[in-house]
Each structure stands twice: as structure tokens, then as C-alpha cells.
Ligand binder design. Structure first.
Ligand SMILES: [Zn+2]
Length: 254
């Protein structure tokens, strides 16, 4: 009887340890602490969609993207991927270059132009996420462009007239059929009736594979303490703001 109880306890303990290791592994995807080229479940994007730069996506995201790209092609649009998975280290480089003034933001050196850490973080957060909080960590999100758009990538204005607007309208009408949504849609102050004080500005180029990303979002909300961002310049200011930015996304992406 006692041996049976001990055995049952050991089985349960083993199950608990294994499931907590699995949860830890998932948290490391959520905060980008991994290398996408070595990570199980991540695959390289075929070069024709990402010329000149090797990009990675979660395999489920890539499978859905290939179907989306095929449908787009039938309508005359050739989608390209500007940026897919970015890990913590990559995001930390972008963030710290902006925070320390090495990279200008809106033509300004923020290190000298904006003294308070929080105000400087908020300026950067208009478009760049803090390391550990980016949806680009998850392998579910991608920044896209279209081969015949001559206006620059990663600018809303490029998708508000001409070829860019035609492509954006096609995506807005069709992406959801393949599981994709636009998380940063419209004015951040109007999303969720203004429930969140902060949020990223509109990004007409950024699309997300909802079936997977919505699970990561739930895990983020359930583990928000463990996922508090740290380990980069200005992280204390960032830690007060991050959950607003993570959660203030378009309702279609929940
Ligand atoms: Zn993006």
C-alpha cells in the first residue's frame, strides 16, 4: 500500500517537474531568450520571400504565411518579409542604440534631448518595443512589404495611397482567412475603449498569426511577474509600462 503511494507520488512529482520545464521553455520563447536558428519549431523563411536576409518564423506561422502569400499572388501582390523573428539580444541592440543616442529617433539624440528615463522610454515605445516584450520574439509576427510598392517599408504613409493602399486593403480583407490579424491598428487610445494608458502607434505593415500569438498573449498575462523586462538600459522605467504595451492590441488579435 505504502509502496503504491510512494510510486504515485513519484509519478506526480515527475509530471510536475516535466510540465514546469516545458512552461519555462515556453516563457523563454515569450521573452525572446533563445536563438531562432537553433530553436525547435522554428524554420527559415524561403529566400524568395525575404531577399538578402535570413529570417525565421514558427513553423505553424510559416505554413499559414505561405498560403496567404499564394492567395495574394493570385490577386497580383508579391508579399515580402522585412522582419520576422527577433530575439531579446536583437531587440536590446535596437532599444539601447535609441536609448543612448547612438541611433536617432525622429531626428533627435534622445540621450541629450530627453532627460527622464521614463519619458525617453515612452518616446522609443512609439514604435520600438522593449527587449523581452516584443511580439516579434514569438515567431508569430512579421513586418511585410510588397514588391511593387516604391514607397519605403515600415511607414504608414506608404500604405495610405496608390499601390501601398491597394495592398493594405487586400490584407485587411483577406489576411484573417489565413489566421493573420493587425495588432497595431488605428489610434492606441481608442483600442479597448481607452482601457490602456499606453500602446504602440498604428503599424500597417505588422501582421500576426493569431492562433499561436493569442496563446502566447494569454501566457504572458498569466506570467506577467516572471516576464517583467530587465537587463537593458532604462529597464526600470520600462518595467512600469510593459503590460499596457503587451495588451493594447486590436481586438481581432485576442
Ligand atoms: Zn513589427
Amino acid at each position: 500500500m505504502r509502496a503504491q503511494l510512494v510510486r504515485r507520488f513519484l509519478v506526480l512529482a515527475g509530471f510536475y517537474i516535466l510540465s514546469s520545464i516545458a512552461a519555462q521553455a515556453d516563457l523563454r520563447v515569450i521573452n525572446g531568450k533563445f536563438s531562432p536558428d537553433k530553436k525547435q519549431g522554428f524554420v527559415a523563411v524561403p529566400a524568395k520571400f525575404s531577399p538578402g536576409r535570413k529570417q525565421y518564423l514558427h513553423e505553424e506561422t510559416l505554413a499559414a504565411f505561405l498560403k496567404l502569400a499564394e492567395a495574394a499572388k493570385k490577386s497580383g501582390f508579391n508579399i515580402t518579409i522585412i522582419s520576422a523573428t527577433r530575439n531579446f539580444v536583437t531587440q536590446k541592440t535596437i532599444w539601447e542604440e535609441k536609448f543612448t543616442g547612438k541611433r536617432l529617433v525622429g531626428g533627435k539624440n534622445l540621450a541629450t534631448a530627453v532627460k527622464s528615463d521614463e519619458a525617453r522610454a515612452l518616446t522609443i515605445l512609439n514604435f520600438s518595443s522593449m527587449p523581452g516584450t516584443s511580439r516579434h520574439h514569438w515567431g508569430t509576427d512579421l513586418d511585410v512589404h510588397e514588391a511593387k510598392i516604391t514607397a519605403p517599408a515600415l511607414h504608414n504613409s506608404s500604405f495610405k495611397s496608390g499601390r501601398g493602399l491597394e495592398f493594405y486593403n487586400w490584407m485587411a480583407a483577406n489576411a484573417a482567412k489565413f489566421g493573420f490579424c493587425q495588432p497595431y491598428n488605428g489610434d492606441p487610445a481608442s483600442r479597448h475603449a481607452g482601457k490602456f494608458a499606453h500602446g504602440y502607434q498604428e503599424e500597417r505593415w505588422h501582421w500576426s498569426y493569431r492562433p499561436l500569438a493569442s496563446q502566447y498573449l494569454k501566457m504572458y498575462q498569466q506570467n506577467s511577474g516572471a516576464l517583467e523586462p530587465a537587463g537593458f538600459a532604462g529597464d526600470k522605467a520600462a518595467a512600469r509600462l510593459y503590460m499596457d504595451y503587451v495588451q493594447n492590441i486590436d481586438a481581432s488579435c485576442y
